[in-house]
Design a protein around this ligand. Structure first.
Ligand code: ZN
Ligand code: ZN
Length: 730
């Protein structure tokens, strides 16, 4: 080896943006600098993380930053600039500088494998401690008031660190270095009852209200019919399915079918509830008349303690949200509102700052799909792929969310709920304020629905900036387009419950052409009368009666549903008409005797889907005329008294798939478009979504589906935000 001249030291300044605070980024950077013998510093500030490194292998450092980032980090942008070396030795972690808020809080994450080991290690000071966490796991969003993410900004600020925790907190080699959630049995939050107390109640078939990460849950033994029925009675929840928690994926396999996609979702660090095909091992009242069961694995250390003595335990774990109001988060509120439901209430002294329900996911042919987006996914941003004006989108009425955009990022809030009671409206207001504060955005435009009476439409003017109104189904299509970052014209299909149409009608089965100039309706389902107006959405038998009327067999319908008075009046009434696909599902379910009155939104369609093994096609079951799809021949077949419900459900699904795909293909060909965006609440139906994905491919079309946000109203605010940023929409 000959002598080489040493290269001169270089100094780089790195600006790292994304989810880089509260995820162990500074110790990671410190470790890298030591490994590569670099001097300099790292600090958190309002823009993310700022690093300066000086030495020879600064390029290796830049590479490693991208490749080896800690588990909860997400780097969206890395800017690198050369600066003058200053020759000072050593690498320092400097304290946080507060300033303009321009960064993010991570989403809540399930306990990590290392903390799980600590939890069950008798020699660990965290042995059996229900609040063990580290830099790689634990609550984040739900305990944080504001940015930058530091202990004084979280609900941990009332727990001063004991000497042992302080040592970990300040030890750069510890995985709890600067872990803001760090606490131990000496200095941290405490459960107000021992874990054995909870297990004792559960084993006796009683109901426990338990404070979790994003709110209180109600728990009972999911294998005890008696316990589950009692919970239904006390919660006044007749049939809406409950989710269950099991110890691990093996336990999940014992009660349901778990494929690879399902396993990945169950083990995702967000730990969503995953919809699985049930093996019928839980009490039938857990999910009445459905073949799927929602399963979630333990995510808080406390949950793991519930399964320590019995790995086969199956627990109902359902949101404690009495009367359709938001999830209970506050301890006093729990004692007040859950006393009549739960036999015991178990809380702790770590406050929940931000409410977040469990997220819900399912696997479709197109990939994993979010049905409800909340804990574990919020506040991660959806990448819109390009900059645009900052907008606030106020969402829908049912199952709503709100969205705030900042540059190319869209922050979709957690599931808020349906804005039909004061408590949910208060949570909605809180969510708007919190999301604006967290993102530091002052909206340039506010987007709301076309319907003038919705709560969002009524408050849109208060922000003092231009208001953009967006039609409900155009927004559904736009949500899919936003997520997939498509450019150019797209043919959209919205198959949905109900939304206010541009002509004032009740839309919900729409073909929409969307491009950067805006949108245009290019097709719709043949409208059906809604006897009883809004009541028809809750009582599917009314939609069935409407079908009998169209078939000229009103007398038969009146006899079947004991609705002589309504049938007598119908010919003389001017009835609201709807092009909603959701109402067609309702009509089919009622005609087949599957469901005539709904106790929760989507019940009829879910029970109908549950009957399907192999979808079948009824030839000549539909007609397409000038962009209008009429399914009357199919519905006439379902009105046949001799048809059995399984055959009917299979014919219905298969024929709807065939009909919709031909309807779409006709228009796509006419418009010369090959990209189709499918949205709306009906797309949660797996038979429908998978069938359409296959059928569109056969037509040479490229179908796009929602994945990161729900296809239903939970994703609507994202589509509104997308539309509100289009140049021509103001
Ligand atoms: Zn951990
Ligand atoms: Zn401690």
């Amino acid at each position: 080896m000959g002598l080489t001249m040493p290269l001169p030291a270089r100094r780089l300044r790195l600006r790292v943006r994304g989810t880089v605070q509260g995820v162990g980024f500074r110790p990671f950077v410190h470790g890298l600098a030591q490994r590569l013998h670099l001097a300099g510093f790292v600090l958190n500030d309002g823009d993310g993380v700022l690093v300066e490194v000086e030495g020879w292998d600064v390029d290796g450092f830049v590479r490693a930053i991208k490749e080896e980032a800690p588990p909860l980090a997400r780097i969206d942008a890395l800017e690198v600039a050369a600066v003058a070396p200053d020759g000072r030795p050593g690498f320092a972690i400097l304290s946080s500088e507060t300033g303009k808020v321009q960064t993010r809080i991570p989403a809540d994450a399930a306990i990590c494998p290392d903390c799980l080991r600590d939890l069950f290690d008798p020699h660990s000071r965290f042995h059996l401690y229900p609040f063990v966490t580290c830099t790689h796991c634990g609550p984040r969003y739900t305990i944080t008031r504001g940015l930058p993410y530091d202990r004084p900004q979280t609900s941990m600020r009332t727990f001063p660190l004991c000497p042992a925790c302080l040592r970990d907190y300040t030890d750069i080699a510890s995985r709890r270095y600067h872990a803001e959630t760090l606490a131990c049995p000496v200095c941290g939050p405490r459960l107000d009852h021992p874990v054995d107390h909870i297990l004792d109640y559960l084993d006796r078939g009683l109901i426990v209200a338990l404070k979790g990460i994003g709110g209180y849950h109600l728990l009972c033994d999911a294998t005890s019919e008696q316990a589950v029925v009692r919970l239904r009675q006390r919660k006044n929840r007749e049939s809406k399915p409950f989710a269950v928690m099991v110890a691990d994926t093996d336990a999940a396999r014992s009660i349901a079918h778990v494929g690879k996609a399902e396993r990945d979702m169950l083990c995702h660090r967000a730990r969503p509830i995953v919809l699985l095909q049930s093996r019928g091992k839980v009490a039938s009242s857990v999910a009445p008349n459905l073949t799927q069961v929602g399963v979630v694995l333990p995510y808080a250390p406390l949950h793991h303690l519930l399964f320590r003595s019995n790995r086969d335990r199956v627990l109902v774990v359902t949101s404690a949200n009495p009367g359709g109001e938001p999830l209970v988060t506050d301890d006093d509120d729990a004692r007040l509102r859950l006393a009549d439901i739960a036999d015991t209430i178990v809380g702790h002294d770590r406050p929940i700052v931000v409410r977040a329900d469990d997220s819900v996911m399912t696997a479709h042919r197109s990939g994993p799909v979010l049905v409800r987006r909340a804990r574990g996914f919020v506040p991660d941003a959806v990448d819109l792929g390009e900059d645009g004006p900052a907008v606030l989108a106020l969402g829908a009425h049912l199952k709503t969310t709100v969205t705030v955009t900042r540059g190319s990022e869209a922050f979709v809030s957690q599931h808020v709920g349906s804005l039909d009671n004061a408590a949910t409206i208060a949570f909605y207001e809180e969510t708007v304020a919190h999301l604006l504060a967290l993102t530091g955005v002052r909206p340039e435009r506010v987007v709301c629905d076309l319907h003038p009476d919705l709560y969002g439409s009524r408050i849109a003017g208060r922000f003092g900036v231009p208001v953009v109104q967006v039609q409900h189904h155009a927004a559904h299509v736009a949500a899919v387009v936003a997520e997939h970052r498509v450019r150019g014209p797209v043919l959209g299909v919205a198959l949905d419950g109900h939304g206010y149409g541009a002509d004032g009608g009740a839309w919900g089965g729409e073909l929409i052409l969307l491009d950067e100039d805006g949108w245009r309706r290019v097709g719709h389902l043949a409208p059906l009368a809604m006897p009883g107006g809004d009541k028809a959405a809750r009582e599917p038998w009314r939609m069935a009666l409407s079908i009998y009327d169209r078939l000229g067999r009103l007398d038969e319908g009146a006899r079947r549903f004991d609705a002589f008075e309504l049938a007598r009046l119908m010919p003389r009434l001017t009835m609201l008409r709807t092009s909603s696909m959701g109402r067609v599902f309702d009509a089919a379910a009622a005609l087949l005797g599957v469901c005539s009155v709904q106790h929760y939104e989507g019940q009829a369609a879910m029970e109908l889907e549950a009957l399907v093994q192999t979808p079948r096609i009824l030839d000549a079951g539909f007609a397409i005329t000038d962009g209008v799809l009429d399914l009357l021949p199919l519905l006439a077949a379902l009105a046949d008294p001799d048809i059995d419900r399984v055959t009917g459900a299979e014919l219905f699904h298969g024929t709807v798939v065939r009909a919709v795909s031909e309807w779409v293909a006709d228009q796509a060909e006419r418009l010369g478009i090959t990209t189709v965006a499918l949205g709306g609440g009906c797309m949660v139906n797996r038979v429908l979504a998978d069938g359409l994905a296959q059928a569109l491919t056969r037509h040479g079309l490229h179908g796009l589906f929602s994945s990161q946000v729900p296809a239903g109203d939970g994703g609507l605010s994202l589509g509104q935000a997308y539309m509100g940023r289009l140049p021509k929409c103001v």
